[in-house]
Design a protein around this ligand. Structure first.
Ligand code: FAD
Length: 399
């Protein structure tokens, strides 16, 4: 696709010069290092290779939101989202690797860690030498995440953890997992769980890659079991019985990142369809782009890209000023992921049979967009959360 990216045209106006230059550098990195490898890796059923993770680390992608005093790049959510856009244009699963490591891995530590925990972990996390996994979901607890079946029981001066987490992004490469565990079953909902930082090599921790996943194909997704794993109080992240706050607060930024993945997919589809509609000839050897029903899809994608990126960057600005409401993060993820995943099918349809080929690129985005609808809170469950904020008088009746 030799045409300039359409999304860059919008980003140029929405970002200051410095931020646009940063985005362009990451986009160049993605084009040189990531784009040429995605197809072959997917066909070989491999995960993101170690050498690429190392290059991402050297390029600074794992340290984007980490303060310079802990050897990070000192950026904010804006830099994370720009990285997500630039990488997901080629592959959401490449983007989610540094994306989950930062927005779900380092973030809870940055937001809730004490000074000793930050000094111990953040410098290595910033360099990509360590990776934290976000251990919220469980086989029996997805949307009902405030009520974990993984338990941590007081035992002398420490705690013993038992149970299983699943859908853990980056588990293959993780050094630690932040485990959300029930600590006070009789406590008030949202105030009965605690987060613990647990090394992946602690006795009793075991990991398995989840097989058969046909979305985010290059991303590691693991299940992690805890068989009487002992930790002490120093492992507690945040306050005892306030673990759900740690997880829920982290997810606000995570949802902005997931929305960025969907925008990256839309940006790719827009450029792909624009190029193909002008190249592909049918009937009298003339381009299919002359058909108005093909033009409709190009225009709908263009409108979606411009509206989505404008809205998303506005909310990212609020997040970086500490002014974002959690419903705003939920709404932007719900709306963008749903709209783009629907439009992706239209984009594929107007390209015809070629869209079924992996090398054409749209099918990958189609598959990956499904994750943006269920990941970091299923859209339908999140709608309940939004409705509760809109209908406060009947809040307790809503499910
Ligand atoms: C590729 C991938 C990577 C992931 N990475 C991580 C990770 O790193 N860490 C992590 O902790 N989790 C991760 N997840 C898990 C993800 O957050 C959950 O899948 C999500 O929260 C939904 O949970 P569930 O799949 O158990 O669906 P369930 O909770 O079983 O819900 C199924 C469906 O029921 C409906 N539903 C449920 N509750 C409600 C409600 N209150 N109102 C209306 N409808 C409702 C919705 O349609 C929902 O989609 C990942 C998931 C995927 C697919």
């Amino acid at each position: 696709m030799p045409m300039p990216r359409r999304i860059d045209h919008y980003l140029k106006d929405l970002l200051d010069e410095e931020r646009f230059a940063f985005y362009s550098q990451v986009a160049e990195f993605a084009e040189e290092k990531i784009a040429p490898r995605v197809l072959a890796l997917e066909r070989a059923h491999e995960l993101v290779p170690q050498d690429l993770i190392k290059e991402m680390g050297e390029f600074g992608l794992f340290g984007l939101p980490i303060a310079t005093e802990y050897d990070g790049q000192g950026g904010g959510q804006l830099e994370l989202v720009l990285m997500g856009l630039a990488l997901s244009y080629w592959s959401q699963s490449m983007a989610i690797t540094p994306g989950a490591a930062t927005s779900l891995g380092s973030k809870p530590l940055m937001l809730f860690g004490n000074e000793a925990q930050k000094r111990e972990h953040l410098p290595d996390l910033a360099k990509g030498k360590r990776m934290f996994v976000f251990g919220l979901s469980e086989p029996g607890r997805g949307s009902d995440a405030a009520n974990p079946e993984v338990v941590a029981v007081r035992d002398g001066s420490g705690w013993v953890l038992r149970g299983e987490k699943c859908w853990s992004t980056n588990a293959r490469w993780a050094s630690h997992v932040v485990v959300h565990a029930m600590t006070d079953p009789s406590g008030r909902r949202g105030h009965r769980s605690t987060c613990f930082i647990v090394p992946m090599n602690a006795p009793g921790v075991s990991y398995n890659e989840m097989g058969g996943k046909v979305v985010w194909r290059l991303s590691s997704t693991g299940s992690i079991a805890f068989d009487s794993v002992r930790v002490d109080d120093a492992a507690i992240l945040g306050a005892v019985n306030d673990g759900f706050k740690v997880m829920a607060t982290t997810l606000n930024g995570g949802r902005l990142f997931v929305a960025a993945l969907a925008v990256g997919s839309a940006a790719f589809a827009l450029d792909r369809v624009r190029a193909y509609a002008q190249e592909r000839q049918q009937f009298d050897d003339k381009p299919i782009g002359r058909f108005q029903r093909v033009q409709d899809v190009v225009v709908d994608l263009d409108i979606a890209v411009e509206q989505s990126i404008t809205w998303l960057l506005h909310l990212v600005g609020l997040y970086d000023q500490n002014r974002l409401e959690r419903e705003q993060a939920a709404k932007v993820k719900i709306a963008i992921s749903q709209r783009v995943s629907e439009l992706m099918l239209d984009a594929m349809e107007v390209c015809g049979g070629v869209a079924c080929l992996d090398e054409f690129g749209l099918m990958r985005h189609h598959e990956d967009l499904f994750v943006t609808r269920v990941g970091e809170g299923s859209n339908r469950a999140l709608r309940t959360q939004v409705a509760q904020s809109l209908l406060p008088d009947i809040r307790t009746l809503l499910h």
